[in-house]
Design a protein around this ligand. Structure first.
Ligand code: HEC
Length: 116
């Protein structure tokens, strides 16, 4: 009787540890790698720190939601979202690159706000 309890308890522990590990890896994006990539490949158009100063057709990325950025990049790469400039930018990116870039830009403070 007692040993079954112990087995049950350790099974629960294993399941919980596995779930915790999954939750952690789902968030473990490499912001520093994202920044390095952004400085090298994106800053010319999207500005330093994701605040573009060229003109409004070059979107500001700072402070945008990470899931939106990731979706936009994936859709440029797949062709679901069509843009000649970004299509060619996105073909060079791996999934990990996109996740890191999205996490980096989302971590920055944006300039958009609502007037109160
Ligand atoms: C040569 C200029 C140029 C470079 C370099 C560039 N972009 Fe863009 N990017 C643009 C333009 C122009 C748009 C607007 C395209 C459109 O209307 O869909 C855009 C759009 C985007 C969007 C969609 C934004 C939104 O609000 O919907 C994302 C995300 C993005 N770029 C990420 C990146 C990343 C990450 C890099 C670096 C790997 C990069 N871009 C490099 C010019 C550039």
């Amino acid at each position: 009787m007692k040993s079954t309890m112990i087995v049950k308890k350790s099974m629960q522990f294993l399941v919980l540890t596995a779930l915790a590990g999954m939750a952690f890896s789902a968030q473990a994006k490499d912001i520093a790698a994202g920044k390095a990539k952004a400085d090298a490949a994106c800053a010319a158009c999207h500005g330093k720190d994701g605040i573009s100063t060229i003109d409004p057709s070059y979107p500001k990325l700072a402070g945008q939601h990470a899931d939106y950025l990731l979706l936009a990049l994936s859709e440029y790469k797949s062709g679901a979202r069509k843009n000649a400039i970004m299509g060619s930018q996105a073909t060079a990116l791996s999934k990990a690159d996109m996740e890191n870039l999205a996490a980096y830009y989302a971590s920055l403070k944006g300039t958009m706000s609502t007037k109160r």
